[in-house]
Design a protein. Sequence first.
Lengths: 754, 162
Amino acid sequence: MTHDKSYVEKDYKVVGSRVKRPDGIDKVTGKARYGADASAPGGLVGRVLRSPHPHAQILKINTAKAEKLAGVKAVITSADLPDLTNGDQGMAHILENCMARGRALYDGHAVAAVAAVDEQTAAKALKLIDVKYKKLPHVTDVDEAMQPEAPVLHDNMFTRGVEPAPTKPSNISARTQMGYGDVDAGFAEADVIVERSYKTEQTHQGYIEPHACLASVNPDGTAELWVTTQGHFTFRNVCSTLLGLDIAKLKVTSSEIGGGFGGKTHVWAEPVALALSRKANRPVKLVMSRDEVFRASGPTSSTSIDIKMGAKKDGTITAAVAEMRYQGGAFPGTWAMLGCMTAFACYSIKNNRSVGWDVVVNRPKVAAYRAPSAPMAAFAVESTIDVIAKEIGKSPIDVRLKNVAREGTQAPYGPTYGPIGIENTLEAVKAHPHMRAKLKKNQGRGVACGFWFNIGGQTCVDLNIGIDGTVNLNVGTVDVGGARSSMAMIAAEELGISYDDVKATIGDTASLGHNDTTEGSRGTFSSGMATIFAARDAIGVLKQRAATMWGIPLEDVEWQDGQAIAMGDMHSNLPALTLKEIAAKSGRTGGPIAGHNEVVADGAGMGFASHICDVEVDPETGRSQIVRYTVVQDAGKAIHPDYVEGQFQGAAAQGIGWALNEEYIYGDDGRLQNPGFLDYRIPVCSDMPFIDTKILEVPNPNHPYGIRGVGETSIVPPLGAVGNAIADATGVRMTHAPMSPPRVLSALDARDAG
Amino acid sequence: MSNATLVSTVVNGDAVQFACPSDESLMTALRDRVGLTGVKEGCGTGDCGACSVTLDGQLVCSCLVLGVEAEGRNVETVEGLAQDGQLHPLQEQFIEHAALQCGICTPGFLVAAKALLERNPNPNETEIRYALAGNLCRCTGYDKIVRAVQAAAKDMRKAKRR
């Protein structure tokens, strides 16, 4: 059955309320089972040996001594993970990232692994593995990696997107360009032109739960994987390919997930755990330490960005150019391309051009981090807009409103926007009492905007009605922050029953068709859509059963408020049949009642946000304290407002951490110097104020409830908002994030030195 | 397991015995030997607070305490918070205020917040924020956690007056 995806305005009974989440009790009592909380009969402990060198040839790995240690059941190297990727270069890179193949490409790159009866034995065994390295020159800085004399990581990598094609390999994997108009003509029209260069350091998603899995492979090729992941179906497909397993024979169950933010969209340890289990013929549990998470999972890019923007005195931006360099770690990515697509997306700029350079360096392979690549580009653009506003003597909000993108504006990356909410968020910011609150000494206020696409994708949902009329909803997108509530609310809304009568579960890979990973703010958008359609399918069945029970034609039955109504004067003597009554008789009217839907949920609604940040800068230490913060974002439709606010607040907090403190610090030796929460400092409770939120609802025309994604957008504005607030407080424009105390202090010193 | 020591202790009111190597953390012993996986490992270095428990009423990171140190002591974990099927007011208010998203830090926050409210039944916002500064949460920005603790403190004060 095909369903209409378009938005229809309606009054909601359940959607928009603040019900209790179904997994709440398990999570406050310690019963909820996360990646590291499962065990199996005969289970072994897996541990990974990692390269201490940022770049080295692996001459020889001798595992003999480790294998002989009592209690060691398997030792593996890349030889135990033969290349089955069949020319798929992306997959080959994933394989090589999971286990080094003849060369180590970053500090922390896996080179071997063991499975042993306990933790102590596994740790001892790692020390007995003898690896002979030949150290190679390394590079960890994005700008240095682009220099002609830089050590080259991949001698088969020739920059794509450059004409003529280069004849020499380099660390630049691709050049991307987009935009429209004539920027030279645009700059000629400008009264002021501002050029600035920015740097942002590498940050990590910082989920509190390290990567963890429990793998079990049988000799007949059947296998199970329990894992903390944002996408168990994707993990299944990737692991099956890398291990040579049949997709249907590898059952992947997603555990409760202790945070992901993009970082649990990729495999690292899982293929290794499966390979260990296959060799040992026993289940293997593999849990990363925090040190391993920092050194060898997938942080986000560090960047180097040049912005040039021109504007008229009335605030009209006439031209904008961005040149952006993103490092993707040791393997190529498309991170700079995402920077190009998002940099100017909040604005309607007649002449714009973005050029992106994707660069490899000797750091871990970059993974998505909440609106990947957008926060860095926004830091550069939003800072530059404030500089322009200052030069022409206009308020930063008015300059933004003067150039704001609207329905009909062409996005810099091509398509024309439908109804979008950026102007609404800016107007809401302008009208917000926060903007009129008085600032104290050493305090400043900044505003910034942010954009994220949001995505849809493949989704599959099952809805089964029990004989008592309660409903099992089986969803395939991992619940990263309360989605089971939202899905149950949507099912209850459609069926016309109570929220408490719906139990939502995340199904394993054997129980549902393929679901794309929970990423790109797609969970509530796409599974919400599939849930609506599955419920409508079930209503179709319920009506059929009611018609059978009454003995009347189907077309005379309507579904209203959770019950079947017999329509027409002929049937006026028939009392309505509730869902519970129909369900109770289902065994005699045709069997179980269910609804099912599989859909490619296209038409995701773009997300826009505007933030207000007040900061107090200590002139003696350069430390910045956020004293007030407000998030305004367009949700399209907030299904569960508590968890929408939670997404806004959490994203803002991550952006604030990035803006003020968080960074990967590499030494000259190419090794990560701060792989722990003590030295990689994420915001703690006493660093933060309450984060005020305002949810706007500009319906997405391509979703029955108007849902847009909400998870990512609000990590985009904070870097710019904080930088603009610091500039307002101090008169100093920070161009290097994080704007940590030493950087701010030296900028203040430079200001005072004149 | 070489050089294991037998440890007799009390966990959440129940007498418990386990054998563990002398260098094993209390966190690992509680998780792997006593089966209390509500004690979470986020870092293993005392920086995240996810493994918070109380030892004779004192709030500790169980990853920084040895299993053998529990000998003859009283250990309380998140699993001991609810009594007689009744959630603790902090547990109630964490759910009510949506103070958890992924939930991995929640056990540690609950144990730390309970320790705070036992010594200070009426903390102000700053006191709450500093008392919980040893517990990392990456999902919520702490907003709803602080509000939940404030609400639970109020509930507990009210219950005491009754």
